[in-house]
Write a protein that binds this ligand. Sequence first.
Ligand code: GLU
Length: 474
Amino acid sequence: MSIVTRFPPSPTGYLHIGGARTALYNWLYAKRYGGRMVFRIEDTDRERSTDAAVEAIFDGMRWLGLDWDDGPYFQTQRFDRYAVAIQQLLDSGRAYHCYCSRERLDELRATQMATKQKPRYDGHCRDLDRAPPAGVPPVVRLRTPQAGDVVVADRVHGDVVFNNEELDDLIIARSDGTPTYHLTVVVDDLDMGITHVIRGDDHLNNTPRQIHILEALGGTRPVYAHLPMINGPDGKKLSKRHGAVSVMQYRDDGFLPDALLNYLARLGWSHGDQELFTRDELIANFDLDGINKAAASFALDKLLWVNQHYIQTSPMSTLVEASRPFFAGAGLDEADGPALDQAIDAQRTRARTVLEIVDKSRPYYGWEVALDPAAAAKQLTAAALPVLEALSVAFSALPAWDQAALHGVVETVSATLQMKMGQVAQPLRVAVTGSTASPSIDVTLMLVGRERAIARLGHAIAWIRNQDPTASSA
Ligand code: GLU
C-alpha cells in the first residue's frame, strides 16, 4: 500500500507550533515510507478564513522546508463535490432532511440540560412520516447508528471506544446547502486516497463521527494517529501566554528552521534518547510507534540548546543567508565592516540565536560603540591609561593589521609594562567593543579594523581622563 498522509490546516491564523508539528509528522511519515503528503486548505469557514492566513501558512511551510506532493487543494473549490456526496447519502437513506426550527432545538436543549441529560438531537425528523413543513429549508443530518460502539484503533492511544448512543445525528449540510466541516474532511480524505490521518488529539472525539460518514459513503477507514497536545511549562495548553506560538516568530527571533524542525520532531516523539537529528535521520527513524501518549511540554531552553547546536554546525552559507536580514535590520552594513561570514565565524560558538550573533557583531560595524557601564567602570580606569596609550602608539606604527602582529603588540605591551596579558587585553577589549566578552582579542581587533580600533582607543583614553583628571600616563 502506498502511504498518503495529509496536512489540512484551517486558515484562521498563522502556522503555529502545534500545526507545524502535525505537518512535520505527516511529512516525515510519508517520506519515510516513500508515500505522498497532501496539502489541503480547509477554508469553508468563510467568516474566520483569510487570504493572509493562507499566505502565512505557506510562508511557515516554506521556511521549515516542508513540501507537499499533492495540492494545495482548497475546500471552497470543492462545493460541487460535497453536494454530490450529500445527495449520495440522502439517496442511500444514510442521511435525512431535518426541518426542526431553532426554537424547537433550543427548547430541546434546555429541557435536556434541566434534566441533566447530555444535549443531543432527539431524532425528531429521522423517520418523518408526515409531510415536511412548507417553505422551511431543511438541514441534512447523518443517520447515525443508535446502538453499538465505534472502536477507533488509534496508533497512539490504542483502541478508543465510543458508544453510538453518545453520538447524535450530526448535521452534514446547512439549510443553505453548504457542507459542514466533518463532511468536507471525510469526502476529501476519501477522494484524496488518504491512508493515514495523523492529527492533534483535539480531533479524537471527531473521529467516530467521521468514521460514520466515511463508512456511509462506502469508504474504508484510514489509520488514525492522534498526537498528544503541546503544553506550556506550566502544564496548560500552549498559548500566547507562554511566548511565541507562531512559527515565523521563531524565525524573527533568530532560530534556524532546521533547529525548530528538530525540536518539533522531539516534541511528542522519541527515538531512544537521541535529541539531535538531521532531516535524513528523522526520515529514516520516524515512526508512529515512537509517538508519546502523554502531552508534550514546550521548553524554550531546550529549543535554544538545539538552535545553538545548529548555529555551531550548519554550513556557513546557511548562517549567512539566515542572518543577512538581521544584520541589515540592525543597520550593520558589510560595506562598513567585515564580511558577514567573518563576523559570524567569530560569534557562532558564543551565540544561541542568529539575533545574538548579530547583536554581538555590532562593534565590527559603524563607528559608535556602546560602552557597557559596568565593564567601563571596571576596566577603563586610571591604571589602564598607560596600557591604552601604549597600544594606541604601537597599533598606529604597525605596518600591517594582521592577527599575528596584533597578538605580538599585546604581548610586547604586557612585557614592557610588566603586566599579565589579561591586564592589557581586557581594557583593550572594552575600549574597542564596549564589553568584556568577545572572541580572542586578536580576532576581535581584526574584525574591528585598524581605523576603528585606534579611534576607539582614543575615545577610551579621553573617557578615562574625563572620569579621573588626575590619571597619568606611564
Ligand atoms: N482543519 C483542521 C484543523 O486545522 C484539521 C482537520 C483534520 O486534521 O482532520 O484543525
